[in-house]
Design a protein around this ligand. Sequence first.
Ligand code: SF4
Length: 444
Amino acid sequence: MSDIPKTDNQAVQEKTQVGNYFISNYPPFSFWSPDNVVDVQRALEHQGDPQTPLGLYVHIPFCRKRCHFCYFRVYTGVNSSQVNTTLDGVVNEMKMYADKPFVNGRRPEFIYFGGGTPSFLSTTQLKSLTDRLKEYLPWDQAKEVAFECEPGTLTESKLEVIKEIGVTRLSLGVENFKDEILEYNGRAHRSKEVFKAYDFARKLGFDHINIDLIAGMMGETETNWKECVDKALEMQPDALTVYQMEIPYNTTIYKEMKEKHEDIAPVADWQTKRDWVDYAFNKFQENGYAVNSAYTVVKDPDKVKFLYRDRLWEGADLVSLGVASFSHVNGTHFQNEHDLDTYLTRVTKGELPVYRALTPTDDERFIREFVLQCKLGHVAVEYFEKKFGQNLIQRFGEIFEQYQQDGYLSIQDGEIQFSRLGLLQVDRLLTAFFLPEHKNVRYA
Ligand code: SF4
């Protein structure tokens, strides 16, 4: 029982300290190793399973400014020639994958441009990059092309090009509507740029526009948060994603905490952040939206899909291009070099720039899919029986019992169903399902 996170008041009122809260993969990245890179070559040398969906991720590692809470691999202050060199590297990497038996004529079902800031690219760079990528891996069967944007980088003509290259899901990193808070947290954009970009995007008729907000930015107050939720609602996005602010080790905020010998981050505690997300979810639900994950509400769940998330959480293959990006190929997980110069040197030499890898066991793959699908709020017992021959109730009965008593979940209609209380802190609850060697370790 000691492995199950504490549920008493002390744990619930926890202050925000340094560390990763959000679970994005399993086993933890700290178990991926350069010693396993040999697995990647093997995985690429045999044909991918035609039944497994294939996705493509393209990492654009540039931003106008580094946000104080950012923990991604991003570069600022770059010129267009540095950007072009990087994009050439990404295209070279694509070409190397296209030649591998793993791809062998398969087409991606979903594509995701993330970062960094994909919308940092100029219209010429965007067109050239996507034309060249499509030559090696045509997008003719892609059902979704998702694209992350920083509102201050968007003009009407850039949005036209983003539409023209095939983007169906546009995600605007709004984070907050109050300029002082944006400034204080190191964001590059201001709120008036959000409204301008959103209006252009609506006019152009993107299928799916998502707005990101962050609950608990530095300087946030309850009054302002409620105003942010109201403003987001007035915009009537197809989806709203709300993250709870976490402070991983490689953030500027943590560096400052360390210098000042402070343990507690200058942001709201976890209970307050959960309350704020709860408020946003309720407000949107009252206006016809549905909660479809621990972070997301959507206007019309039958129409508004997010394939990138859903397919990855069901174990899809993913070829990821760019510095520090994460791939999943034929059962092997791997990450690219996390330094841009090293990445470029290797791709220029015609080498796949893989830095560390892990081939999970069947049991680890089962746990991975289970914990990721918990983030949707409901998990079908039968799915895991059919796919992995694992009975969730037998395997995790003791944990489920504890979580049922705590009000985090219930088991009904063949599903594990998380309550709102459980969903709002789901990442914290998931480590109980990890194998013993993966608990209490540094996640990244
Ligand atoms: S825009 Fe996103 S990727 Fe860029 S610095 Fe800010 S948080 Fe990081």
